[in-house]
Design a protein around this ligand. Sequence first.
Ligand code: BDP
Length: 727
Amino acid sequence: MLTLTRRRGDVGRVFLAGILALLCCISPARAEDGHDLWLRYAPVGPSKVEGYRSALGNVVAPDRTPTQRVAREELRRGVAGLLGSEPRFRASPAGDAALVLGTPTSAPWLAPLVHELEGLGDEGYLLRRTRLDGRDALVVAARRDIGVLYGVFHLLRLVQAGASLDGLDVSEVPRVKLRLLNHWDNLDGYVERGYAGASLWDWHTLPGWEDPRYTDYARANASIGINGTVLNNVNADALSLSPAYLRKAAALADVFRPYGIRVYLSARFSAPMELGGLDTADPLNPDVRQWWRTKAEEIYALIPDFGGFLVKANSEGQPGPQDYGRTHADGANLLADALAPHGGVVMWRAFVYAHDVPEDRAKQAYNEFVGLDGAFRDNVVVQVKNGPIDFQPREPFHPLFGAMPRTPLMMEFQITKEYLGFATHLVYLGPLYEEVLRADTHARGPGSTVARVVDGSLESHALSGIAGVANIGDDRTWSGSHFDQANWYAFGRLAWNPNQSARDIAVDWVAMTFSPAPDVVAPIVAMMMGSREAAVDYMTPLGLHHLMARGHHYGPGPWVVGGPRADWTSVYYHRADRDGIGFDRGTRGSDAVSQYAPAVARTLDDLAQVPDTLLLWFHHVPWQHRLHSGRPLWGELVHRYTRGVAYVERMQATWEGLRGKIDAPRHAHVAAFLRIQRDEAHWWRDASVAYFQSINGLPLPAGEAPPPHPLAYYQSLQFPYAPGDGR
Ligand code: BDP
């Protein structure tokens, strides 16, 4: 927006401002900084305005509750932006065709739909072109106000994508109950593994000042169906549960409530000692139990719809029930009992591995938890990372999925790209999420997908959930880059319905974020869809994993060795020597394969059947081992590293071809990041090739360029201030 102060005789500048403003409006690519996310509501093409106006121009929308008001305001904002003029709000659908929003209670005209709406639960909605009282109408109807808000966002998405509203008949019900972001935000504003600036939460000025961005955050989340947020880091500070910080959290909860978003907190297990002055946090100690009960009462007095606790216990140095010889179930149940009278849940993380256990790290969470199946209270969900190690570019699905039938298991994805190039690499995570959700656990025979475990349908669990470690900070783009917004977006859409296609979601996102023009959507979606595989290729192809630099995880570090624990080194994972490479997790190795259902285990254990993409995750094979491509392993490895770099170069060319179709500031920003990505992809390739060559002594396959520097150069690089490192 141009703002000029008029001075005497400054007519020229005013004239110039007018010309510029005009240019802004007629240019297909207005200058933007990404702050509006996918909710830009940019004008639809002139040929479409009239059609949409006849459907959306006259609106009947209740405004008695906060959620009704935000739905109505979102619709107003959307229509005004998309169609260039405000809709007319009217008291009833009498007269012209109208868009009618509401529930049978808030909008009596929708009474005929009451039975149909019953089946849509508390959050579902219906969008339908129909006749009300004999007049043409478009309805956005739900049982509850929040469903109407979700429906409004869906309707606006259709218009943003240029879809026809004729004959519209859509009904949507979320398949997953808890659709949550996990913020790894510390109270001092630092975001662990955050690449988008500082925390969005300004704890210092809360509760007095409610930054308008909190509202925009809630709008963005509601637009994709996210209904909860864990405000603080899993490596939690007990102070988050102190009265002062609870009041701050309550202020955020007040902002989020109209958008259907509940607040949750990460709880530090030893808080009764740190805050309560007790000398133990033993989950079976009566004083400890009482402390948590009282704490829960205090929280609910401030936040009546508080969602519950997320807990990282006995993992990476965090306190937990095992400090007192108790189990994870004892710990989870302690908190569950305190929250149960108020309707709260406990999300107990299964991300545990102990350094004193010489067992393959990939097996430890399963070993720890599988025997506890059935031992948790009804309001406990065990939160499991998508794979058994730690958010690597590619992992097999976690063997706990399907292995704890009596316990609801929640999925934990990472949206922030700790292991995928931080915010500068264009890596669309939709295909990664999709790959995991569609994986078949075979727990109850074929078709027992991870999605069905997570949405609760496989074992008929009432509780179900998906969490994503947020990539949000105070950067103007929210996510640290324009394309990382797509990962937040795709996460939310898949949490609503884990069976959706990552490609369809990308199409929607591009249409809303850049333009619905086919010559914009098609090339961008194509480059997004291959981008995750490209990152796997240039970082850790063929099932390699955990080869990043130590600590901050920025860049390659396949040589990382020594230090406090073996399973924080790279050599532990790749096990390369003169003869071969890979971690033998087959039946003759660590036997991690046997943690999967027999049908899955057989495939993974068999060198002839294991997919190439997971080969070195499960097998240690000679450098000469022939792959499905016909190439020997060493040749295939180098081929994939190079292929990954080439993909990034192709993305650069595609993006260059979009110049003029994307507004200049965003185009330049993405182009610059692609240059960084290209250099870093090369760095990953070259450093990895140089390192593995130093181990196997093999010549480079014909036609492959040698790394430009000796291995020692790559090993000497230091990045003491790389962002996001744990503290
Ligand atoms: C690892 C991160 C670390 C987290 C940990 C976790 O490096 O910062 O604390 O996961 O999920 O990937 O608890």
